[in-house]
Structures are given as C-alpha cells and as structure tokens.
Write a protein that binds this ligand. Structure first.
Ligand code: ADP
Ligand code: MG
Length: 577
C-alpha cells in the first residue's frame, strides 16, 4: 500500500524536494534563535556594546525575513503539491468510475462514491504533503532541542524530562478520546442531514398524511443526539487543552525553580536559563504535532485504501481483446436461449429465445416485474447474459466493442434524465458535434420545437437544477429529440409513454411512430395504441415468452394477453396515432 502511495509523489518529485528541503531548513533555523537570546543576555548586553546589539538585531531581522520566505514556500508549494496529487487521484478515480458496469452502481450508494471522490481524497492529500514534512520537522526539532538542552545543563534537562512521559501519555490518551468524540459527532450530524433530506424531499407525503408532528419528534431525536455528542466532544476538548496548558506551565515552573537554584549554585547563567525555557517550549510543540500526525496518517491511509480498492475494481463487462467495431447495423436482433439473474439471485429471464427482423417493430407486454426492462438492458450489454447469447446481425454482441454496439442502439425510458444545462446542450448530448440545424430538425421531429421556442430563452433556456421545470411530456420529447439526433438503427422504447396525459401522449405517439420507422424497434407498451402499431406482440412472463402474434390473433387465443388486455388496456381511452 505504501509503495502505491509513494508512486503518486513521483511526477512531483522536484516540488516535493523543494517543499521538504525548505521545511527542514526552517526547522534548523528555529533552533538558532534561543541560542542568540542566550548570547545576548549573557555576553552582549552586559558588555554594553550598543553597536553589537544593533548588528545582531539587524542580522536577526534578515534571518527572520529569510525564515518567512521559506515558510511561504513550505505553506504554498507544500499545499500545491498536495492538491496536485489529489487532482491526479481524483482524475484516475473518475476515469475508472466511468468504466465500471451497471452492476457496481446498482450496489453502491451515490453518497459513498461522492465521499470517496471528495472527503477521502482530501484527507489523503493532507497526509501526502503534511505527513513527511511534519514528521521530519518534528524529529529535527525534538532531537535538536533535546541535544542543545543537554549541552546547556544536563541535570536540569533530566529533571524537566521526568514530566515528559506524563505529558505524552496524557496527550495521547486525551487525543484519542477527542477524536472518538468528534467522529461520533460527525456521524450524528450525517444522521441529521439524512433526516432533513428525507423529510424535505418527502414533504408531500408528510403533509398528505399530516405527519408533521411525527417528523418533528423524529427530528428532535436526531437534533438531541447531535447536541449531546457535540457537548461531549467539547468537554473532552476543553479537558485536553486545560491539561496541556497545565503541563506546559508545570514544566516551565520546574525550569525556573531548579534553574534558579542552579544559577545560585553558579552552574548556570541567566541567559542559559532563558534559552532553556525557549527550547523546552520548542520541544513540546512537535509532540502535539506528532499525535495529530498519527491520527492523520490513520485517516489518510484508510482513505487511500478505499481509493485503491475502487481503482482496482475490474469492470464486470470488458471488451474482448479482438472485439470488432459495429458499423451501421442492419438491425436484426436474436435471443438464443438467454438466461439471466442479477448477482446470481433468482432468475429474472429463463431460456428466452426470439428473433426481431431488421426494421420490424415488436411490442413486449407482460406483468410488472416480469423482466421486460431487464431484457432491454441486455441488448446494449449493460448486463451480461448468464447463459445463451444475443446476436445482432447474426454476430454475438460480445464480439463487438461496447462503444460501437451502444452507438447503434437508442433507448428511450420512462424516467428521462436531463443534465443541468441548456435545452440545446441536452439535445446535443446525443451528438456533441451536431449543428444548430440538426438540433432544430431533431426537435421538430420530436414535436418539441414548438414548446422550446415558447420558452423564455428558447434553446438557450437553462433546465435542471435552478432552471425551468419541464413537464413529464416535455422532458420525454427532449429525450426523443436526442434519439432523432442519435439516429440509431435499433430503438428500444421502455414504457416511454406510460406517465403521460392523453393530449401529450398523442404528440409523443406521433413522434415515436416517426422515430421507429425504418428502425428495428422493441417497444414495451402500456397503451393499446402503441401495441396496435406493432408488427408483432410478445408476452413475457416468469415462464418466458408465452404468447406471440398480432393483437387479433392473441385476443382470439383467450390467453394471458387477452386477460392482460382486459385488465390493463381496455379502460384507457384509445389514442389513435
Ligand atoms: P419489468 O420491466 O417487466 O417490470 P424488470 O426487468 O424491471 O421488470 O424487473 C424484473 C425483476 O428484476 C424484478 O423482480 C426486479 O425486482 C428485479 N430487478 C430489476 N432491476 C434490478 C437490479 N438492478 N438489481 C437487482 N434486481 C433487479
Ligand atoms: Mg420495466
């Protein structure tokens, strides 16, 4: 793991060397000041040589300016190093996430992916640049100040250092409890956030059941939990700082008490005692830094672990090494005894076989949960068949590259996803190089041009978050416009019209009918109009494709289709496309 971590430093080696070198020099420079103070008190001030005093002061001024410049380099370029490493890691992770298959996203919560991309990487980057730097500064300062103290007065050093183990134990223990308390607090805060999100996005449900009081009670619980956990954390933190403060002063007290004695004895000078005091406080700082570093190391490495874990996940579905490009498909689709289940659970599709000829429109009907959407997702290879095979133009879809396969297939779903952006950008998503004329033509064919030009800024209207709200039918027409622009030889319509009112549906039926002309179309239908337009109807149930034929022949059979038709379609007014 460490080696993988270090690999990310490699492109930034010059920056790292600069940062690290400057940090080391500042640490060494800091050791000089108390030494000069001691010299001033013991030698320079008693000599009453004003020139020398000014010279030393002037020298120190230059020294401090250089020190500050180095500090600037450490702070600025050190953090730049961190953010550049973070940038590369984030890029790698995002790139990899794009490669992963549906299966990964089915089983991963968005919140977790987000926290990987943001929090984890932030913690890793903190560790990446503070880690080595702080560790070495601490070691230099600790050994440096300790050795100098020994050389000033070893007896006083030993007396002072009797307290150090106590301080260390206290710091480590309290720090640990503090971290635990803060972790607990963050967890409670996340709970509150989740609760607020739930109540707000579900506000219609809350209000329609008049459950406001219940929601308030639930919220109070979370709010109380957070308050108590924060009070606890604040208590531990106050204890920690009070303790650290006491021990620091106790050590100083030891120094001036015993230092005073040694001065009377004549084994120590005033300057030595003041210098000693400064070195002692210099010694205590990195100790605190080290405890924080241990914590950051744990957090950063845990984050890095998760990062590497995600990065090393292989996509479930990969292109065959000698996969070929699918050029313009004729559009023949055939299922050969296909069986499929999600994550090796119960089979959703069992021994499915059927064939759709180029240009044919086939309607797929069946009970909800029967596997219609699943079947459609197998064609662009969003999921892999378990046994059997799917062929397009008589070749197994696994022998094509996924990208070229998917270029030949267009899917219109019931839930339309629009990105935040303009209307134009959302249509052009199907073909990023489309010209303005192409976009408008596609919108016209989708019966969307009218309503788009009626919007305040036409094609430049911003939609999605903080943009205008579109109705379900308008969104659907944009997604159909996308399909006209994409112009794929194979078209899959998955309940594209089931959430629409009659008037809108009529418009959409028209454009869908135009869209499916001269394309192989598989349509999952809820409405009679769509079904009647199909060349053929297939009925999919748990048992597989149980009935097949035209509306009339299937009605005559008096089988499942006839029953489904009675239950589902007959009450809904027929829309003539
Ligand atoms: P239909 O579109 O005919 O209503 P689906 O293909 O959506 O049916 O679902 C078929 C079955 O597969 C259902 O039992 C459903 O719960 C299950 N299912 C659908 N999608 C997933 C998924 N991503 N992971 C696991 N199970 C799923
Ligand atoms: Mg479905």
């Amino acid at each position: 793991m460490m080696r993988k971590f270090i690999r990310y430093y490699r492109p930034h080696l010059p920056l790292f060397t600069l940062d690290f070198g400057c940090a080391l020099i500042t640490a060494l420079m800091d050791l000089v000041f108390p030494f000069v103070v001691r010299l001033m008190i013991d030698e320079v001030i008693p000599s009453r040589n004003l020139n020398l005093i000014f010279m030393i002061s002037g020298g120190l001024l230059v020294f401090f300016i250089i020190r500050s410049l180095l500090q600037y380099i450490v702070d600025y370029w050190g953090h730049v190093l961190g953010i550049r490493m973070e940038y590369h890691m984030r890029k790698d992770l995002f790139q990899h996430l794009q490669k992963l298959s549906f299966n990964y996203f089915d089983n991963t919560r968005t919140g977790h992916v987000m926290s990987r991309l943001v929090n984890d990487l932030n913690e890793i980057s903190e560790l990446a640049h503070h880690g080595p730097e702080d560790l070495f500064i601490a070691l230099v300062t600790l050994t440096g100040s300790f050795l100098i103290m020994l050389s000033i007065h070893w007896q006083l050093t030993l007396i002072t250092f009797m307290l150090i183990p106590v301080v260390m134990t206290f710091t480590i223990l309290k720090n640990k409890r503090m971290q635990e308390a803060f972790r607990n607090m963050r967890r409670k805060l996340a709970d509150i956030n989740a609760q607020v999100e739930d109540s707000i996005s579900g506000v219609r449900v809350v209000k329609s059941f008049t459950n406001e009081a219940y929601e308030e009670e639930k919220f109070k619980e979370g709010n109380d939990g957070f308050r108590l956990s924060k009070e606890k954390a604040l208590k531990v933190m106050a204890e920690f700082f009070a303790g650290v403060n006491f021990f620091t002063n106790a050590i100083n007290l030891l120094v001036i008490t015993f230092g005073g004695l040694f001065i009377y004895q004549g084994t120590m000078t005033m300057g030595e005692m003041v210098g000693f005091l400064l070195y002692v406080s210099m010694f205590l700082q990195p100790m605190r830094k080290l405890t924080i570093l241990v914590e950051n190391y744990q957090k950063g490495m845990a984050g890095f672990h998760r990062f590497v874990e995600t990065l090393e996940l292989e996509p479930d579905i990969k292109d065959d090494p000698d996969a070929m490009e699918m050029t313009e498909a004729a559009g023949e689709i055939e299922f050969h005894d296909v069986t499929f289940s999600y994550n090796n659970r119960e089979h959703v599709l069992n021994h499915i076989s059927f064939r759709v000829s180029p240009g044919e429109t086939v309607a797929l009907v069946g009970p909800s949960g029967g596997g219609k959407t699943t079947l459609c997702h197998l064609i662009p290879r969003f999921y892999e068949v378990e046994t059997g095979a799917i062929t397009i133009d008589q070749r197994d879809i696994r022998s094509y590259t996924q990208a070229s396969l998917r270029r030949n297939i267009g899917i219109v779903q019931q839930d339309v996803f629009l990105f935040s952006g303009t209307v134009r950008e959302n249509i052009a998503y199907a073909n990023l190089n489309a010209s303005e004329d192409d976009i408008i033509m596609a919108a016209r064919l989708a019966n969307a041009h009218e309503f788009i030009t009626g919007l305040e800024k036409g094609y430049d209207t911003y939609i999605g978050e903080r943009g205008v709200m579109l109705s379900g039918g308008q969104k659907q027409r944009l997604s159909i416009a996308r399909m006209f622009l994409k112009n794929p030889p194979i078209l899959i319509l998955d309940e594209a019209t089931s959430a629409l009112d009659n008037e809108t549906e009529k418009l959409i039926q028209q454009s869908l009918a135009a869209l499916s002309k001269q394309r192989t179309t598989l349509v999952i239908a809820h409405r009679l109009a769509t079904i009647k337009n199909a060349d053929r109807i297939m009925v999919l149930t748990d048992e597989g494709i149980v009935e097949e034929g035209t509306h009339e022949t299937l009605m005559k059979q008096q089988g499942i289709y006839a029953r489904l038709y009675e239950a589902q379609f007959s009450q809904i007014p027929t829309v003539v496309a």
